[in-house]
Design a protein around this ligand. Structure first.
Ligand SMILES: [Zn+2]
Length: 103
């Protein structure tokens, strides 16, 4: 699914409806969506410069085995992935959600 598909499909729905994320069809659950974040293929936000090894920001802590420079900065509108984060209320969902898409 692409952002453009989402924009078109959401445009036809109630703007006051709460957005929930249904996941795990073999044990269906839902959780309230809390944010939309432009990210990279590694599951991190764009321009996340925290080293995954030492936790250093914009660089490495002394002795960190990673010697790679932080990723080049990416404009959010050029990010290749968009993550919908969840948080807050949650509950059991119905498997029918996976069959019932109108699109
Ligand atoms: Zn590091």
């Amino acid at each position: 699914m692409k952002v453009q598909d989402l924009i078109e499909q959401l445009a036809e729905l109630n703007p006051d409806a709460e957005v929930r994320l249904a996941y795990q069809p073999n044990y269906p659950l839902w959780e309230v969506a809390s944010a939309i974040v432009a990210g990279n293929d590694d599951g991190a936000p764009v321009n996340d410069t925290e080293c995954q090894v030492c936790g250093g920001m914009d660089g490495h802590e002394h002795g960190c085995p990673e010697r790679l420079d932080p990723s080049p900065r990416v404009d959010e509108v050029e990010a290749e992935f968009v993550y919908l984060t969840s948080g807050g209320s949650s509950g059991y969902a119905s498997k029918a959600l996976w069959d019932g898409g109108a699109w």
